[in-house]
Design a protein around this ligand. Structure first.
Ligand code: PLP
Length: 617
């Protein structure tokens, strides 16, 4: 219980109130409904009034003083104790990018909201004594809330608060005008010189910098990064690992490993072997991209098994080099690889027990012909739309089958690896033996292009000298920075974090899905690799529209899937609590706007002009 001036409130209730208030900013939300849903008995009317009265009052007063209190907040701090009498309640940034500080004086009977416009003018809003009492209660609760948030696992259900009746809810007024003039200008230049095949842009914006979990475009707009440069930037931006790269580059930027090996590459291979399951002897081959890693695995499979046939999956993505492209299931490069098609067999990635049975039967039929050397598979199909193999046991049964026919299991962890799903590798959830693992993307946290193939010694040994050589493979600064990424993930406990935060985010998104099931068909994922499948049956652009509207509200999602129908959420593993709240908030706001038919026409215009995405056949 928390007591304040004779009133007693259960702690949970205050936390609910505050969390709700933090999450929705200016809000008319109906707390009563939440309380009812959560089975909490309390003086609902009082609680309701706190949140319902509090912000509109500020907004109202500030309007009179000709200043704006934005309706969409980017909360930087929830609570900061300042020496002396002032206490920050929180700091927010309004739609014009101005800082708004809500402060509280315990000594004067007033609450002040101070808005700095471009740091020049200042407007003060004084509230009544009763508002002050509410604010004190909220502040006190925030203090608890802060502690709770830092121990996230303590109160997961608290953080799953469903959105209340939003019949009288305000829509966010903060909106990014994208793509801005600068992005458009660069886009124009780009199109004059860079071949169209390398571009499948999502929003037409050009990015210039990042900080922690935020990215900024060429027009100064900030977004919460939920794409991480296609699952690469696992540690976010600006954490200082560039120093490691620079130090190594200062000592020796390149040794050409095949002729003159270097220490960082040897050390990195040792670490990769340590963090990859299996006590058998392993060998590592370095490359530059996920595509060459997959190529390498297929080549090793062919040499070891003396069979050239490969099974992979429809809508898998393994790359665009000689063997990885025909292995991919998006139909990319179909004409170029027409003649090889008979060697690259595809099946549907199963999503149910029934589909597992069917697919495994078909795979066995293929294997029994004797021409198949192995299966290349993503433990979670990423670009195919975050598809998770059904539990229990698709992988276990597949592995058994492959063993029976002396064929190899090769797992493509290019997108799923490096802690994203809560383990080093997503295949660890499947508890199977595999023969080869391919990693890239997050391996260097985005600091350097690098891939690695880790496989059983006897398989990798079947490659003859100089069969997998790249001048830049085993590049010392890239290997040094990859080592630092591994160390950082371990030291900061980021796998656990991905697991916990991801589970909570998924629960919150599932709550939204329940409310807007006509728009969001499914929410699925593992750790911080989450997909929201959007219903595109009425309009094939619905998912792009959802993503673009979210980007306008400052959240940069990816959209993938066989029909570009899945919102992909793969933020840096360090994504902050505030950002997570905003992601959920925006995800809900956009669903709400869609349901009410309130997506602005100009958003549709942006989609038709700039939204592409990985093109499926
Ligand atoms: C699962 C998977 N494998 C391989 C690749 C190819 O990697 P890269 O683009 O680095 O060549 C990707 C890229 O998206 C991927 O997601």
């Amino acid at each position: 219980m928390i007591s304040f001036k004779g009133a007693h409130f259960p702690k949970d209730v205050i936390l609910y109130a505050v969390f709700f208030y933090v999450r929705y900013g200016v809000s008319y939300c109906d707390l009563e409904e939440i309380m009812e849903e959560r089975g909490i008995k309390v003086d609902h009317a009082t609680l309701n009034r706190w949140v319902v009265d509090y912000f509109p009052l500020i907004a109202e007063k500030s309007k009179k003083r000709k200043c704006t209190v934005a309706t969409s907040w980017r909360i930087d701090e929830t609570y900061v104790k300042v020496k002396g009498q002032w206490v920050y309640l929180y700091r927010a940034v309004d739609k014009f990018g101005d800082t708004v500080d809500f402060m509280l004086s315990e000594h004067r009977d007033e609450m002040a909201a101070t808005t700095f416009f471009n740091k020049q003018s200042m407007a003060m809003v004084f509230l009544t004594k009763s508002s002050w009492i509410k604010a004190v209660l909220i502040m006190r609760a925030l203090r608890i809330c802060d502690r709770t948030i830092s121990r996230l696992s303590a109160l997961p259900s608290l953080l799953m608060i469903p959105m209340a009746n939003n019949s009288n809810r305000r829509e966010t007024s903060s909106e990014i005008d994208l793509p801005g003039a600068n992005s458009l200008n660069y886009l124009k230049r780009m199109k004059r010189v860079i071949e169209r095949t390398v571009y499948c842009g999502l929003y037409g914006v050009i990015l210039v910098r990042g900080k922690k979990d935020r990215i900024h475009d060429a027009d100064g707009n900030e977004y919460i990064d939920c794409l991480s440069g296609a699952g690469v930037n696992v540690l976010g931006y600006g954490i200082g690992l560039e120093k490691i790269y620079a130090e190594q580059a200062r000592d020796m930027q390149h040794s050409c490993f095949p002729y003159s090996p270097n220490i960082p590459a040897i050390t990195l291979a040792e670490r990769l072997i340590e963090i990859t399951p299996g006590l058998h002897n392993k060998r590592v081959i370095f490359g530059l991209t996920g595509s060459d890693g997959c190529d390498c695995a297929i080549e090793a499979m062919r040499k070891f098994t003396h069979r050239h046939g490969l099974i992979s999956f429809n809508y898998s993505y393994h790359g665009t080099t000689g063997l990885s492209e025909p292995a991919s299931g998006f139909g990319i490069g179909k004409e170029v690889y027409e003649e090889e098609a008979a060697l690259f067999l595809k099946h549907d990635y199963p999503t149910s027990k029934n589909e597992c049975d069917i697919v495994l039967k078909r795979i066995e039929n293929n294997l029994s012909t004797g021409g198949i050397g192995g299966v290349l598979i993503e433990p979670i199909q990423g670009d195919g739309g975050i598809i998770i193999p059904p539990a229990p046991g698709f992988f276990a049964r597949l592995s058994e089958l492959l063993k029976k026919y002396d064929a190899l299991l090769m797992v493509d962890e290019v997108q799923t690896g490096m802690g994203r799903t809560g383990n080093w590798w997503a295949v660890e959830y499947e508890k199977v033996d595999f023969d080869i693992l391919i990693t890239a993307k997050g391996l260097s946290g985005g600091y350097a292009p690098i891939s690695a193939v880790i496989g059983r010694e006897e398989i990798m040994d079947s490659l003859d000298p100089v069969e997998q050589l790249f001048t830049y493979a085993g590049h010392p600064p890239s290997c040094a920075v990859a080592l630092a990424v591994i160390q950082h993930i371990e030291k900061e406990g980021l796998m656990n974090r991905a697991h916990e935060v991801g589970a909570r985010l998924m629960m919150q998104l599932k709550e939204i899905q329940k409310k807007y099931s006509n728009i969001i068909k499914d929410v699925r994922g593992r750790g911080l690799m989450i997909g929201m499948e959007i219903d595109i049956s009425k309009d094939k652009n619905t998912c792009k529209l959802y993503a673009t509207r979210s980007a306008q509200k400052g959240v940069y999602f990816g959209y993938f899937g066989r029909d570009r129908n899945v919102i992909c959420i793969e933020p840096p593993l360090i994504i902050s609590e505030d950002s997570l709240l905003q992601v959920v908030n925006v995800a809900e706001e956009v669903a709400y706007e869609m349901e009410k038919g309130r997506i602005p026409l100009h958003t549709q215009d942006i989609v038709s002009k700039y939204a592409m995405g990985l093109v499926a056949n």
